[in-house]
Design a binder for this molecule. Structure first.
Ligand SMILES: *Cc1c(COP(=O)(O)O)cnc(C)c1O
Length: 439
C-alpha cells in the first residue's frame, strides 16, 4: 500500500473503495484539465479586475456607522462590475442571502401593475413566497405585481411559442434561473441563456432580463451578463465568496437596475452611499480571489461523484459525461437508507462536526423529512462540501461544494464507504464496474 492509501485507510477508507475511486479517476483526467484551464482564465479575469480597480491595502479595512466613503466597499463593487462586464454592482453584507438578493432585485425593479415572467418553469422554492405563488406577507402579488410562467418543453428546450404569447404590455421583467436548483431539469448554459434573452428582447426590447446566477459563477468563462442579461444575482456563501465570505449577496447589471436595488436596500435618496462594510471586506476580496479555483474543485467533485455512482448503476443528474453549468450533483438511491448513508459519509468527512451523525428531521417548508450533511466553517455555506436529501421517492440526494478538490474527493469516498459498510454497495458491484473505466 502506498503512503497515501495508508492515510486514507487510517481515516476509514477501505482498499476496495480506494481502488474503485482511483480507477474512476483515471478516466477523468482530460475533463479535469479542461476545468483547470477555465479556472486559469477566470483567475486572470478576477486578478485583472482587482489590479485595474487599484485594490489597495486600505480597501481591506472596514467602516462603521453610516459607512460614507467606504473605499473598500466601493472598490469591491467596481471589481465585481469589471468581472461581470456591467455598468454597476451592489455587493453587500447587508444582503443576507441569495433569496434576499433576488427579492431585492425583483422588488426594486418592478412596480404595481407590472408583470413578471419566468420562461424557464418554476423558480427556486424560496422565490415562490417572494413572488406570491404561495401567498405570503409582503410578496410581489400583494403589491399588485402579477406573475406568469412558461414551463420548459419535455426535452428541456425553451417553449418559444408560448413565451412569445406570454409577453404583453405589462411584462416588465423576465427571471431566468441558470441552475436547476433542486429540480430535475438540466442547468442552462450561458450560451442558452443568451439565446433566450435575444429572443425576448426581439419581442420587447425594454424588458429587464434578470438571471438567478446562484451556483453558476466561474463554472464557465462567460457569465450571463456577457450575453445580454441586464442583471445577474447571487449569494456570497456560494461560488463567488470562495468559502471565505461569511455573509452577503450581489447584484450586477445596468446602472438603473442596480440603483433601484440600492435605493430599496438602504433608502430612496441614500442608495449605495451608505452601508458600512464592518469587518468583512478582506474576506470578500480574498474569497473572490479564490473563487475560480474553489469553484473548479467543487466542479471536479461533482463530476467525480457522478462517475462513481453512475458506475454503480445509480441514476445521476447531470450524467457522468455531460458538460457542466453549475456545481450541483444529484444522485438517486431509490431507498431512504441510501440517502442517509450518503449524508452520513459526507458529514464524517467534514473538517467541523465530523463526529456528529445527521438525522432526517421535519424542516419548515418541506412536505417530507429532510436529511442534511454539512460541517462547514460558514454556517449553511453550500460552496463547502454539503449534501441534503428529502426522505421521499425517488430518494435523491443533492450534493455540492468542497473548498478543495482533495476534500471533495475524500467526502465522496467517505459516502461510498458508508454505503459499502451498510451493504448497499457490495464488493462485487465495485469490481464489476471497472470496465466502465476510461470512458
Ligand atoms: C441557493 C439558491 C437560491 C437562494 O439562495 P439562499 O442563499 O439559499 O437564500 C436561489 N436560487 C438558486 C438557484 C439557488 O441555488
Amino acid at each position: 500500500m502506498s503512503e497515501i492509501e495508508d492515510l486514507y485507510a487510517s481515516m476509514g477508507i477501505s482498499r476496495q473503495v480506494y481502488t474503485y475511486g482511483s480507477n474512476i479517476l483515471t478516466g477523468l483526467r482530460e475533463r479535469f484539465d479542461a476545468i483547470d484551464n477555465r479556472a486559469e482564465y477566470n483567475q486572470l479575469k478576477v486578478l485583472k479586475a482587482m489590479q485595474e480597480s487599484q485594490v489597495s491595502e486600505a480597501c481591506l479595512l472596514g467602516t462603521t456607522g453610516y459607512g460614507y466613503n467606504d473605499l473598500g466597499r466601493d472598490t469591491l463593487e467596481a471589481v465585481y462590475a469589471k468581472i461581470f462586464h456591467t455598468q454597476d454592482a451592489l455587493v453587500r453584507p447587508q444582503i443576507t442571502c441569495g433569496t434576499h438578493a433576488l427579492a431585492l432585485a425583483l422588488m426594486s425593479n418592478l412596480r404595481p401593475g407590472d408583470e413578471l415572467l419566468s420562461p424557464v418553469g418554476k423558480p427556486y422554492d424560496t422565490l415562490e413566497e417572494v413572488i406570491g405563488i404561495r401567498p405570503t406577507k409582503g410578496s410581489l402579488a400583494e403589491y399588485g405585481i402579477t406573475y406568469r410562467q412558461v414551463d420548459l418543453l419535455s426535452d428541456g428546450d425553451f417553449d418559444y411559442e408560448n413565451i412569445r404569447k406570454s409577453i404583453n404590455g405589462r411584462t416588465r421583467l423576465v427571471t431566468i434561473q441558470r441552475s436547476k436548483g433542486y429540480q430535475t431539469r438540466p442547468t442552462l448554459s450561458v450560451e442558452q441563456i443568451g439565446r433566450l434573452i435575444h429572443f425576448i428582447k426581439e419581442i420587447k426590447p425594454d424588458i429587464i432580463c434578470m438571471v438567478d446566477n446562484c451556483y453558476g459563477e466561474f463554472v464557465e468563462t462567460i457569465e450571463p451578463t456577457d450575453v445580454g442579461a441586464d442583471m445577474a444575482v447571487g449569494s456570497l456563501i456560494k461560488n463567488p465568496g470562495g468559502g471565505l465570505a461569511p455573509i452577503g449577496g450581489y447584484i450586477v447589471g445596468k446602472r438603473d437596475c442596480v440603483e433601484n436595488a440600492a435605493y430599496r436596500l438602504t433608502s430612496p435618496g441614500l442608495g449605495k452611499e451608505v452601508g458600512a462594510s464592518l469587518g468583512v471586506l478582506s474576506n470578500f476580496y480574498q474569497g473572490l480571489f479564490l473563487a475560480p479555483t474553489v469553484t473548479a474543485g467543487a466542479l471536479k467533485g461533482a463530476i467525480f461523484a457522478a462517475n462513481i455512482y453512475e458506475g454503480l448503476g445509480f441514476p445521476v443528474v447531470p450524467d457522468g459525461s455531460e458538460s457542466r453549468h453549475d456545481i450541483i450533483q444529484a444522485v438517486t438511491f431509490k431507498t431512504p437508507e441510501g440517502v442517509i448513508a450518503f449524508c452520513e459519509g459526507i458529514q464524517a468527512a467534514a473538517p467541523v462536526d465530523s463526529h456528529v451523525t445527521p438525522e432526517p428531521w421535519d424542516m419548515p417548508g418541506y412536505d417530507a423529512k429532510v436529511i442534511m450533511a454539512a460541517g462547514a466553517f460558514v454556517s449553511g455555506s453550500s460552496i463547502e462540501l454539503s449534501a441534503d436529501g428529502p426522505i421521499k421517492p425517488p430518494y435523491a440526494v443533492y450534493f455540492q461544494g468542497g473548498l478543495t478538490w482533495q476534500h471533495a474527493k475524500f467526502g465522496i469516498l467517505k459516502s461510498l464507504q458508508a454505503l459499502y459498510d451498510k451493504g448497499i454497495v457490495t464488493e462485487e458491484m465495485l469490481v464489476k464496474v471497472c470496465r466502465h473505466v476510461g470512458k
